[in-house]
Design a protein around this ligand. Structure first.
Ligand SMILES: NC(=O)c1ccc[n+]([C@@H]2O[C@H](COP(=O)([O-])OP(=O)(O)OC[C@H]3O[C@@H](n4cnc5c(N)ncnc54)[C@H](O)[C@@H]3O)[C@@H](O)[C@H]2O)c1
Ligand SMILES: [Zn+2]
Length: 358
């Protein structure tokens, strides 16, 4: 707890050398955002204090389709029209879509301007706002254009989550559970016991968010550019991204966190099939995600899906491919995930064929 934090707040520090920043987590931060930013981004806000806050805002449509070149161009144009200087900041107020898009713009306009994340979805608070990955989608796949650009400050206002739909809250929860499944079996166990309290409000909700941010920070500080351990954060994402692509990023059928939920179950089941983990662990993961109301099977996705070979093509197109071999995050059990970069695509094909029919 530091001087900026109130009793119900948590602070997670991300100690990246030269680019360290804080994540503040708690209710009501947005109402105090001006003050927090002023006291934390000194030079930036001096002028705002004397002149009154000078800001221009741009509202963008909700949904994954907003992470496009077209919208990137709109944002960059707007930021340049506002004659932004290197010491000014782009503030992303919204979910992961807005954070990724605005962060990318902040990273490339004038070779990088300052950036503040005010994530308003659970997914953005526990995942996308932390770690500095920004980007947009192209017709070749998700997040294929982007830069690393760390924020200067993250304000996670937990009160903002009160207006989030149940469905989106659950989707974000998939990423929370992910941290337990990667390397913290005790956290997963805590979630199995406390998920109802996390869904209904404080203080468990703040605890879960803080713990998630801390996990992500630990990984990012160790491996900012994803040359190694950071890849573990992709648990469930290789399958998940393929499913998102299969529904053409149609958020009515499947949102990102739901794809991750199904993807994590598939990763555990596939690990069991490869005799790396016990099928009981896969069942336990599925049971928990199902209990919170997340989809856990390919057949939970409404409507028709393309042929399995197409899903595999999407997996191969995904960025986690090294020299033609499929890279997956697999597991030896709850909280024992690892990077497997030699997974035979034929095994994946027959596995998916089997799984999509149930
Ligand atoms: N950069 C990273 O490291 C990283 C990590 C994980 C995910 N992501 C990206 O994040 C995106 C998903 O983020 P998301 O789940 O936040 O999606 P999102 O930004 O589309 O937000 C989900 C929905 O919730 C709405 N919303 C957001 N906050 C709200 C609030 N407080 N009240 C009511 N409605 C609200 C949005 O308008 C949207 O309709 C994906 O594009 C994914 O690729 C990036
Ligand atoms: Zn994700």
């Amino acid at each position: 707890m530091n001087q900026f934090s109130r009793a119900s707040e948590r602070l997670v520090h991300v100690p990246l050398q030269g680019r360290a920043y804080d994540i503040l987590i708690g209710p009501g931060l947005i109402e105090r955002a001006g003050g927090e930013i002023t006291s934390r981004l000194k030079g930036l806000m001096d002028s705002l204090q004397t002149d009154g806050i000078e800001a221009v805002s741009l509202t963008l449509p909700a949904g994954e389709k907003t992470k496009s070149l077209e919208h990137l161009s709109t944002v960059c144009d707007m930021v340049l029209s506002a004659r932004i200087e290197r010491n000014d900041a782009v503030i992303a107020l919204g979910g992961g879509v807005i954070g990724d898009l605005a962060g990318f713009a902040a990273g490339i306009v004038r070779r990088g301007v300052r950036f503040v994340q005010i994530p308003t979805s659970l997914l953005a608070q526990v995942d996308s706002s932390v770690g500095g990955k920004t980007g947009i989608n192209t017709r070749h796949g998700k997040n294929l254009l982007g830069v690393f650009h760390q924020p200067d400050l993250v304000l996670a206002d937990t009160a903002a989550l009160d207006t989030l739909s149940e469905r989106e809250f659950r989707a974000g929860y998939a990423e929370v559970a992910k941290y337990g499944l990667i390397d913290q079996p005790d956290f997963f166990e805590w979630l199995e016991k406390n998920w109802k309290a996390v869904f209904s409000g404080e203080p468990e909700r703040i605890e879960a968010i803080a713990r998630s941010c801390q996990s992500k920070s630990d990984v990012v500080v160790e491996d900012e550019r994803e040359t190694g351990r950071r890849a573990l954060l992709n648990l469930g994402h290789t399958f998940g991204h393929a499913l998102e692509a299969a529904v053409e990023y149609d958020g009515k059928r499947l949102v990102h966190g739901e794809g991750v939920a199904i993807g994590m179950v598939l990763a555990y089941q596939f690990s069991a099939r490869m005799n790396l983990a016990s099928p009981d662990d896969a069942s336990r993961v599925e049971a928990h995600l199902k209990a919170v109301g997340l989809p856990t099977r390919i057949s939970d996705i409404p409507g028709d899906l393309p042929p399995t070979q197409k899903l595999l093509d999407a997996i191969a197109q995904d960025k986690k491919v090294k020299s033609g071999k499929l890279t997956f995050i697999l597991t030896h059990g709850i909280g024992q995930s690892f990077v497997a970069d030699d997974v035979p695509s034929s095994e994946v094909l027959s596995f998916l064929d089997e799984k999509r029919s149930r």
